[in-house]
Ligand binder design. Structure first.
Ligand code: NAP
Length: 270
């Protein structure tokens, strides 16, 4: 994966799950990593482990709540001041909320919109100009297979991921002549902290997606490997796991009136 050799990658949501795995897989190749999330202790721990394995790697931590626009501006200013020229941006931080829309708490809905849509778009906007100047650069947006289907009981989440996939596809065309490849990673269920956090406080975790769709589950390391491969091969979109990729390809040619019935049947059993 030649592109990653000597790159400087900024990974949002690096304190757990896919974000931490991106850091682990890039560490042997990159020359610099910028790890961003709110939980500083987690970032410190990951950074110490990676530093002991790859002493030549420059690892920087930036603690930020990316839902806050002031902290996004502060991150961009700090990168400029520290002369960290990011040429690989991984917009990975994201949140879900599992349950009926009418009983959702507005704070959780707002947090999803702020992080999954606004923060991803704003951070890309803040960094893209300098990335273009660097000659060859890449952006990997972590979307979801949920972005292909309007999922009841994850309605806002799947709508935010439809936005991420759509934005990525358009930017992949727009930015390619300027030397930037843009890819959307669209995983199905991956065992991370995601579903625990998406479960509402006081509610029991329902039969998880891992139990409902065991054949579609991929590990974090597989999802990240497929995402990095898509970037290296300049692909606009990737769904990790051959079985899930095939199932989505089939579902996308089924008339939507049938998909709507399947989604309604699934929603009725919630
Ligand atoms: N796991 C799945 O099944 C699955 C499937 C499809 C797509 N995805 C997508 O994959 C991405 C990574 O999720 P994951 O599965 O790795 O879940 P995760 O383990 O819960 O990781 C989410 C990351 O986002 C960070 N984050 C959350 N709110 C933030 C904020 N306000 N500011 C900065 N960082 C914030 C968290 O760090 P802090 O809490 O420390 O800030 C954490 O590092 C998300 O975009 C998710 O939508 C996941």
């Amino acid at each position: 994966m030649k592109f990653f050799e000597g790159c400087t990658a900024l990974i949002t949501g690096a304190s757990s799950g896919l974000g931490a795995e991106f850091a682990r897989q890039l560490a042997p190749l990159a020359s610099g990593l910028v790890l961003v999330a709110r939980r500083n202790d987690r970032l410190e721990e990951l950074s110490a482990t990676l530093r002991s394995l790859h002493p030549e790697l420059e690892i920087r931590i930036f603690q930020a709540d990316l839902a806050d626009s002031g902290q996004r501006y502060a991150l961009a200013d700090w990168l400029e001041k520290e002369k960290m020229d990011v040429n690989f941006l991984i917009n990975n931080a994201g949140l879900g909320d599992h349950g009926h829309f009418d009983s959702s708490e507005w704070n959780r809905v707002q947090a999803m919109l702020d992080l999954n849509i606004t923060a991803l778009t704003h951070l890309t906007h803040l960094l893209v100009g300098r990335m273009i100047l660097s000659g060859r650069a890449a952006i990997l947006n972590v979307s979801s297979v949920a972005g292909f289907f309007p999922l009841p009981n994850m309605a806002v989440y799947s709508a935010t991921k439809a936005y991420v996939t759509s934005l990525s596809e358009a930017l992949s065309i727009e930015l390619r002549p300027k030397g930037i490849t843009v890819s959307a990673l669209c995983p199905g269920p991956v065992p991370t902290e995601f579903f625990d956090i998406a479960t509402r406080p006081g509610e029991e975790a329902r039969a998880s997606h891992f139990e409902t769709f065991p054949a579609f589950v991929v590990s974090a390391s597989e999802a990240v490997r497929d995402g990095l491969r898509a970037v290296a091969n300049e692909r606009a979109r990737v769904i990790p796991g051959a079985l899930l990729a095939a199932a989505v390809a089939v579902a996308l040619v089924i008339p939507f009136c049938i998909i709507r019935r399947i989604l309604a049947a699934k929603a009725a059993s919630f």
